[in-house]
Structures are given as structure tokens and as C-alpha cells.
Design a protein around this ligand. Sequence first.
Ligand code: ACO
Length: 421
Amino acid sequence: MAESITITDNRTGNSIEIPIVSGGVDAAAWRKLLPGIWFHDPGMATTAVTSSAVAEIDGETGILRYRGYPIEQLAEQSTFPEVAHLLIYGELPTQAELDEWVDLITHHTFIHENFRKRIYDAFHYDAHPMGLLTSGVAGLSTFYPEAKDIFDTENRRAQIVRLIAKMPTLAAAAYRFSRGLPFIFPDNANDYPTRFLKMMFDVGGEYEPDEALVRAMRVLFILHADHGQNCSTTATRVVGSSHADPYTAIAAGCAALYGPLHGGANEAVINMLTQIGSYEEVDSFIASVKRGGHRLMGFGHRVYKNYDPRAVIIKKAAHDVFGVIGKNPLLDIALKLEEVALADDYFISRRLYPNVDFYSGLIYQALGFPTNMFTVLFAIGRTPGWLAHWNEMIEQNSRIYRPRQVYTGSELRDYVPMEDR
Ligand code: ACO
């Protein structure tokens, strides 16, 4: 017998049977039985807003796969441009396809000089780089007005390439602006992570990043590349669903990522570890978290109720980086926090485990990135994921996002003149 559910409206006795298809039930059947009664689901925790073939996440068992490929295998064996191709086009590229793809991305890394000089220079010297990046991505749409033609497949591909290629350039330019350092042009002779590290840190043409650091950067970009219908991807889709151009939609993704409950958590983790300050203070910090004083940043996840598989890979990458650079002094505090939390009933009963952000900030800091760049790094990594979902949504020709609400405000009342209030 096919799997299904039956809903009964107890006011009328009417019932409707809805088949369960691929783990979902069709809300259109609900609407038919219960017109004007909305499924109340704050934070969309129980609502599948789309069907998607990009990433599979099983939060119960701690599984993450991009287009069917386990994240562990991709982090170990793939490159970031190859993963971007996989996410957007659904398949690992052949060598010829990969060569063409990498060549395109390599040759679209430059940003218009007006952009850097007039737009970034307009910001205050201590502006947060996520503010620059978010505005910068939105500003790019004005340089490529043809991007509005979103139903032309070739045009979409051109904007996808531009965005993946230019994000590191925008990010590095934001950093160098905040430091008062001269901008460094992207070097086409380098691979994606090396090019980015050089644009960030080179002074006088002497910076050559250690291979272990390039590897860590590659792994971090891959681990952040997609995560299903997360907050920033949803923001990208919401804006994209109105048929805005992809730069505007991705700027919405950047804006959503900025918050400390999402991509801003890696920055918040470092601030938290710095505030704890020493190994000895961990127990009292955990006690204050349990009293509701604050959250343990980098812990907990809406979907993962088991260890976040990305956190396992990042923890290992952290040790590799520290082997080259020397240990980040905050690592001991992080390890003790994890040990204490994982043995504590508060965290066990709520199934709170380290997420991707718990260790990523420690690596970023060891690589030399200031904390306010951490979310920017996340944004570079997530760009192919945002674009894959945007592209999939346009191909599916899906409807504009327009959720309902359960109204709890005042009944009808008459306007009260000022003197009578
Ligand atoms: N520290 C302490 N308690 C926590 C934490 C935490 N980090 N996370 C959740 N809880 C508690 C809540 O207080 C709540 O307890 P209660 O049932 O007694 O009220 C319970 O666990 C469930 O928490 P919710 O807030 O309902 O979980 P939700 O799924 O809405 O939130 C989130 C998920 C936002 C990630 C949350 O766990 C959090 O704030 N974590 C810290 C921030 C963070 O690390 N964010 C990065 C997420 S990964 C990413 O975006 C890349």
C-alpha cells in the first residue's frame, strides 16, 4: 500500500488522504480541505519550500552529500571550482569541461576600477567587510544590466561564472581597504585559493602561501559550498523568486549570512573563546550558558542533531594548519569547551553538538584573517551553493515566495484622534 496521511477537519468531519512522496506531503491538498487555515510553522522548521537535487542532509545521522557525493570524499579529493561545477550543473565535469570552467572563472576575476575606487572608497575606513561585500555584490548588478535576462541559459551561465570568479576579489579588496593597503590584482597563474590568499596577504610580491594553508583554504571553501535550504540560501531564493537579477539575489544571501546565528557565528565563536580567556574559566562559562546567560556559539544546529560532519573535517584540518603555523592558543579552550559540553546533560538532552563554525574560526585566525573577515570567507565558499539553488529555481520556473501569517493583532477599530488618546 502506498504511504499516506489522512487529515480530518473535526468541525465538518471531512477528511482528505495525502500521499507521502519523497518524504513530503503536498500542501495543496491541505489547502483544499482547509481553505483559510494556515500551517503555522515559525522559522519554516517543518516546511519544505521546494524540491531540490543539490544537497542531501540527514541531520539524524550526520550526513551531507553534494549531488550524491559524500562531503568527506569531496573535501579530500576535489577542488573548489570542480565542486562549484558539480553543485550548479549536477555532475562532476570531464577534464575538458573542467578546463573550460576553470579557464572561465580565472578570466573573470577582475572588478571594474570604478567599482573599487568609487564604491569601496565611499565607505568609512573601519567599515565591516561584510557590509562592503554585501553592498559590493548588489552594486555589481549595475555593471551587468544584461543579468536581468534570467531565462536565457547562456546569460545565466555568464553571471554565475562572474560571481564565482569575482567574490574573492571583492572580499580581498574589502579587507585591504579596511587596512589601508593597496589593492592587489588577481594573478591568473594561481589556482582559486592561492589567488585569493595572495590578494589578501601579499606585500611586495613576496608572499607564497604554504601548501598546507592552501589545502586548508580549499577544504574550507568546499565544506561551506552548500547546505540545502539554510537561511542565506532561502534569502537568495526569496529575492530571486521575484525574478530580480542574480547579483541582487546573492547580495540578499550575503546579508542573511552576516547575522551571528548563521555565518556570523564563526566570528562570535572567537569572540566567545577570547572572552572566556583561559582553560580554567570553561566550567563557569558552561554554567552560565546553562543558566540561560548566553549561547554556546558554534554549538547546535536546526538540522544536525548529531555531530555536524563538516565539524569533523574542520577539526582535522585545524590540526594540520597548527602543525605548520603553531597552535592557536584558543584551541585548548575550544577543546575543553567541547569536552565539557558533550558530557553535560543540558547539551546531551538538547542534542547540541559542535557545528561547522566551532573550529573554522580558529583556522581562519591561524591563517592570519581578522575576525571580521570570517563571514566573508564563508560567503565566498557558499556562493556556488546560492547560485546552484537560484539556477535550479529559475529552471523549475517556481512561484514567487509569498508565505501566509496567522494574524493575532487587534480586531477592527476606529481611528482615534490625537487629543483622545
Ligand atoms: N547554546 C546553548 N543552548 C542552545 C544553543 C547553544 N548554542 N543552541 C540551542 N540551544 C538550546 C535552546 O536554548 C533551546 O533550549 P530550550 O528548549 O530549553 O529552550 C534548545 O537548545 C533548542 O534551541 P532552538 O533555538 O530552538 O534551536 P534552533 O534550531 O532554532 O536554532 C541555532 C539553531 C540558531 C543554530 C542555535 O543552535 C544557535 O543559536 N546556535 C549558536 C549559534 C551558531 O553556532 N550558529 C551557527 C549555525 S551553523 C551555520 O549557520 C553555518
